[in-house]
Design a protein. Structure first.
Length: 481
């Protein structure tokens, strides 16, 4: 029998507010353990939570960006479960009245576009964190800095049909959350985590199979691998005559397997009831409309605009719109240097290289569009060579100085004087008789090496075009062996 997988994802996104969801404690990551805590987020008896209005705004902002509908009425609920890092013994979340319903994410598969429906987006508080000792004592420590950090949980419909589709969905979701500025989506810091609900059924059957939930994965690669393994495991269970049981499982990346964590006899075993310490939310439509009006142009639309308006290839458009700050830098630069492909090439090349070499995001670059446009102008008008421009770009980013100023300070202007370059060419020909003979015998590919020698002698200042012309004139055509 042939089986097909059915997959739904529950993604937890940590909102980038300065304070927690129900108290004024800082959400700053990396502070000393238990330094960002108070009686509210420590779950002390008698304390009362107060909703952070910025959490509500960012949740609505995220939901609208996904194409969802903000609820007119929303309510918090208590989700009962016990862990050492959840001191209250319950989590404040939302069950029947989430802040946003509906929406979709469009992914590009090998066969075209596919819409993945969003069921809901709701707000909740995060739990603390357990830190397990690596020594022989086997002790565990509780850090409550994360307790009360605001989360939104985005729940998809079971529309995903493969591990690869799940990867593509998460990639798109991350882009949208970063574009609208609600989260840094830093997976290493736990700002984006994913649970996957996986089941199988006979191919073509309309009936859903029994699902297993894989919890708390913070890597897209691990999500893909865990789903692939779980599909294989469930098929193996059924084919051997067994029955898939509803349970929660954990992914072990070292072993490449999922392991059972706990059984779930009921689909919902958390004993929810309305949160008595928080009043329901009645949402004003005008306020929602104001948030909608402030949403930025998302990467999907920007991508199409970059191709249609600027004539960029699809690859360039994909790369430039993957990050909102990169897209904005391109748009601002191309207004000043209207050679879209030249701007694109430089951003995908030297700008991306600088970001990778320094381990920073585009938002941390601090490069003014005018500086990049000025640099590209200097290349185009022949003031500097592309080689010198690469070094000059780094200096411009580090110092914030104008490229034109740096060119003057360092004497980097390109040499285009034929007589001056001709003298260097004569020296190069005299010093490289072996390369000259190879060229004249037909091995014309050595011309690049001779140009390189001229550039070296002029410290990259010689105009490559003028250099090529003079070399070809002095060497004559290669005659062949």
């Amino acid at each position: 029998m042939e089986f097909e997988p059915v997959i739904g994802l529950e993604v937890h996104v940590e909102l980038n507010t300065k304070s927690k969801i129900f108290c004024g404690c800082s959400t700053n990551f990396g502070d000393p353990p238990n330094s960002n805590t108070c009686p509210v987020c420590c779950g002390m008896p008698g304390v009362l939570p107060v909703l952070n209005s910025m959490v509500l705004e960012k949740a609505v902002r995220a939901g609208l960006a996904l194409g969802g509908t903000a609820a007119e009425y929303s309510r918090f609920d208590r989700k009962q479960y016990f862990y050492p890092d959840l001191p209250k013994g319950y989590q404040i979340s939302q069950l029947n009245y989430p802040i946003v319903k509906g929406g979709e994410i469009v992914i590009k598969t090998g066969t075209g576009e596919k819409k993945i429906r969003i069921n809901r987006l709701h707000m909740e508080e995060d739990a603390g964190k357990l830190i397990h000792s690596e020594d022989e004592s086997g002790r565990s420590f509780v850090d409550l800095n994360r307790a009360g950090v605001p989360l939104i949980e985005i729940v998809s419909e079971p529309d995903l049909a493969s591990a690869r589709e799940a990867f593509l969905y998460l990639t798109e979701l991350k882009k949208i959350m970063k574009y609208v500025g609600v989260s840094d989506c830093n997976m290493e810091e736990g700002s984006l985590r994913c649970d996957a609900n996986v089941s199988i059924r006979p191919k073509g059957s309309p009936t859903l199979g029994t699902k297993a939930e894989i919890k708390n994965m913070n890597s897209f690669k691990f999500v893909e691998k865990a789903i692939e393994h779980e599909i294989s495991r469930q098929i193996g269970v059924v084919e051997s005559g067994g029955r898939v049981v509803q349970e929660t499982r954990l992914w072990d990346s070292a072993e490449g397997k999922t392991h059972s964590m706990r059984s779930k006899e009921e689909a919902n075993d958390y004993r929810y009831f309305p949160e008595p310490d928080l009043t329901p939310l009645v949402i004003d439509k005008a306020w929602v409309d104001k948030i909608r009006a402030g949403l930025p142009e998302l990467h999907m639309k920007l991508r199409e605009r970059f191709m249609s308006e600027f004539g960029l290839p699809e690859y360039d458009a994909d790369v430039l719109t993957a990050d909102r700050c990169m897209a904005e830098l391109f748009l601002a630069t191309v207004k000043l240097h209207p050679r879209a492909k030249a701007v694109s090439n430089w951003m995908m090349g030297e700008v991306s290289k600088y970001l990778n070499d320094n381990g920073i995001e585009a938002s941390e670059l601090g490069l003014e569009p005018g500086r990049l446009a000025e640099l590209l102008d200097a290349i185009e008008d022949g003031t500097i060579s592309a080689k010198i421009a690469k070094d000059l770009f780094v200096e411009t980013v580090k110092t914030g100085k104008s490229p034109r100023v740096l060119i003057g300070e360092k004497g980097l202007s390109q040499v285009s004087d034929s007589a001056e370059i001709g003298k260097v060419v004569d020296e190069t020909i005299a010093e490289n008789r072996d390369l000259v003979e190879k060229y004249r015998s037909g091995k014309t590919n050595v011309l690049g090496a001779l140009v390189g020698q001229v550039m070296k002698k002029t410290r990259g200042k010689a105009n490559p075009k003028v250099c090529n012309e003079i070399l070809l004139k002095k060497l004559g055509p290669g005659t062949g062996a």
